[in-house]
Structure formats: C-alpha cells, structure tokens
Design a protein around this ligand. Structure first.
Ligand SMILES: [Zn+2]
Length: 252
C-alpha cells in the first residue's frame, strides 16, 4: 500500500502541464503524461495555438477535455479532432462540439496511469464540470474558480456557485488549481476592495502586479492561497457570496 502510493506520486510528478495562451486572456492547458507519451488538452477554444505548442514539443494530442460548453473553451474541438483523431470528453449536460464521451459527476478521465474524477460545479454554466487528479494534486476548474475570483453567473444560481466553490476549496491545501483565464490582477484589486484589512490579499496583489508587469502568468493557484485571498471562497454563506458577485459585476 505504501509502495503503491509512493509509486503514484512518482507518476504524478511526471504529469507535465503547460499553458497555451489564447484569445486575449484564455489559457488552454496541455497535459502530457511522460510514461505513456499521451497528451490531453483542456478547453481548446482555438486550435491554432494548440497545434503550434504540441508541434514544438513533439507531442500528439489523443484526448480533449472540456469543462463547459462556452465557445472560448470548445471552439477548437472539431479542428483538433479532425487533425489528430483525438477523442472528446465533455459534460454530458452541455452542447459540446464533437463530443465522444459525456461526463457527469462520479465519472473519470484517464491519461496514462493518472485518473481524474469528474465533479459537477454548476454556476457559471449549468453543465460545468471540474476534473480532479487526487494523486497528482491537480484540478482543472475552467471558469468556476479563478485566482482570487470566480466566474460570472450566466446560467446557475448563487446557491449553486457558492456550493461549487466550496467543493473546490475543500480539496487538500496544496492542490494546484488550473483556471482557464488570466483574470488575477482585476480579481486581486476587487479582493482588496472587498477585504481592505486582509494582509494576505494585500501582499498577493503586490505579487500579482509584479508578475503581470513582467507579462508573466499568475497560475496555477492553490487551494490554500484561495482560502486566504479569495473573497468568493471566503464568503460565509451564499447570500454574502451573491452580494460580492453582483458588486464585482459592476466593479471598475
Ligand atoms: Zn465560460
């Protein structure tokens, strides 16, 4: 048992995760398993930057994983499927172009020996799912949780979104959360407005300003950081969450 968990950790360490910037602020994540040589792509809103990134590395995409139906997360599905033959896994409840396998709460995706479980995280959209790789300490959270923020409520209720964020925040503290947008700077500014006395937020805002001035990525974030600095995660109930979310919608 002990040996098995050591072996899993070693394998998890070989899961290579690379951001591919797309559009103005999307990140498409490439997931490469060294042992099997397999590559998956998470939320390819656009095919061209993904094709360039995998060609540079000599990787071949065999799977596409979508977190929700929005076109900036699925727009590259069909071109990538045509050019690579990749299988498309996406929420069963959403309108996902080219989907081969519908995913719902409790189901799994797999790359090499790494297993990701599917949890339903409705709120931003009703079909939204997250993929949790417990052994690797990795979660792909799409547009549900952002570093220091969360997605807008296009389809779900504040109750749903609050519950979804709480589920993600309950993952182990060191879990790395891979979000689909670079929104951290504007989220950090709102967070410091929402919690002016929070020193962890103030210090993270300074870090994020430095990173963005240098044009650098602020992701992934961790569950521990979000518990300390994300006002939407820190809200004590859905009513407080709802008030913050509508305040953020008009915050400049
Ligand atoms: Zn979205």
């Amino acid at each position: 048992m002990r040996w098995r968990s050591w072996q899993l950790r070693l394998k998890a360490a070989r899961m290579d995760i690379v951001p591919v910037p797309a559009f103005s602020d999307n990140y498409i994540w490439l997931v490469h398993d060294e042992e099997s040589g397999e590559t998956a792509v998470v939320d390819p809103g656009d095919a061209a930057p993904v094709i360039r990134a995998v060609e540079q590395r000599g990787w071949i995409i065999s799977q596409i994983w979508n977190t929700h139906w929005h076109p900036d997360h699925t727009g590259g599905n069909l071109v990538l499927k045509e050019t690579t033959g990749a299988r498309i896994f996406g929420p069963a409840a959403g309108n996902i172009p080219g989907r081969d396998v519908g995913l719902a709460e409790g189901e799994e995706v797999r790359i090499g020996d790494c297993v990701g479980r599917v949890i339903a995280v409705p709120g931003h959209t009703l079909d939204h799912i997250a993929l949790i790789f417990d052994d690797a300490g990795v979660a792909f959270v799409g547009d549900t949780l952002f570093a220091m923020g969360c997605g807008r409520l296009f389809e779900g209720t504040p109750q749903q979104m609050f519950a979804s964020l709480q589920r993600l925040a309950e993952l182990p503290a060191e879990t790395r959360l891979y979000c689909a947008h670079e929104y951290t700077l504007s989220n950090a500014r709102f967070a410091s407005h929402a919690e002016p006395g929070n020193r962890a937020i103030a210090s993270r805002l300074a870090d994020v300003e430095r990173l963005r001035e240098g044009g650098r990525i602020t992701l992934p974030t961790t569950t521990a950081e979000e518990r300390e600095t994300n006002p939407f995660v820190r809200a004590s109930n859905w009513q407080e969450f709802a008030r913050l979310r509508s305040e953020k919608d008009s915050f400049r």
